[in-house]
Design a protein around this ligand. Structure first.
Ligand SMILES: [Zn+2]
Length: 128
């Protein structure tokens, strides 16, 4: 994990409109409900998670960054940023616990479907 607090000269993020049941896969949601936000000189925090290749069925492999402004009014899935200098705090995590939902929707969800192509599209912000 990495945390970067600072003022960012440029910050480009995306987010999706709030969804209602029945929920669609994120890749499909992004086709219609994706919104991009461009911020300049914004103060906030970037949090990044690195997911190793051997966890590719659980999450997107590689780095994944989110941003939230200090006033908590702006943020999203980070696509690009620029800054002059700042400080990064690193944490190597050697374990985690995962709590699974206990509901019908999760129980009925087909986790055997390979979503790797959708995840790649989602991670790059390309909803096409
Ligand atoms: Zn994200």
């Amino acid at each position: 994990m990495v945390r970067i607090d600072g003022t960012f000269k440029e910050m480009n993020v995306r987010s999706e409109l709030a969804q209602t049941k029945p929920y669609e896969p994120l890749a499909k949601v992004l086709e219609t409900d994706q919104t991009f936000f461009d911020y300049t000189d914004i103060k906030g925090t970037v949090v990044g998670l690195y997911c190793p290749v051997y966890m590719d069925r659980l999450n997107a492999v590689g780095w994944h960054f989110h941003f939230v402004s200090d006033d908590r009014k702006y943020g999203g899935h980070m696509l690009n940023l620029k800054f002059d200098s700042t400080e990064a705090k690193w944490d190597y995590t050697d374990g985690f616990s995962m709590v699974l939902p206990e509901n019908e929707m999760f129980n009925d969800f087909d986790l055997t479907v390979d979503q790797s192509d959708d995840i790649k599209r989602v991670e790059t912000g390309d909803g096409e």
